[in-house]
Design a protein around this ligand. Sequence first.
Ligand SMILES: [Zn+2]
Length: 147
Amino acid sequence: MTQVIVCPGCGAKNRIPADKGHLTPKCGRCRQSLAGEPRSGLVNPLTDTQFQRLVEQSVLPVMVDLYSPTCGPCHTLAPVIETLAREYGGRLLVFKLDTTSQQMTAARFRIRGVPTLLFFKAGQLVDQVVGAVPRAEIEQRIVTLLS
Ligand SMILES: [Zn+2]
């Protein structure tokens, strides 16, 4: 499995082979350190303070899974989100946001329940899904997002 990190300095898409995923990656174009940058191909944890830079300024389309640690349907959905993140690695950036500790984002988007999936393209909220819906339903939204 290949992971992709978009360089925040120059915008280059860096492919990180899975066997080198543990190393501290650097941008192949400008040599900037990519440590701590979100990886396409994985589900990345997200905080309220990171939201603007990592979601609204993302070069890749973004899906955010808003969840709560104590919510059963959220646990059901989590492995589905992980699988989709892997399948769409290189094309989609996937985050998870814990609404119990990161409440600003949930309030801003008027999230009424978890799990809720938010879809962003070019910094704009373009779609959302509420509840642990079937994988095919989420995949359809992703396909639309990437089209
Ligand atoms: Zn770079």
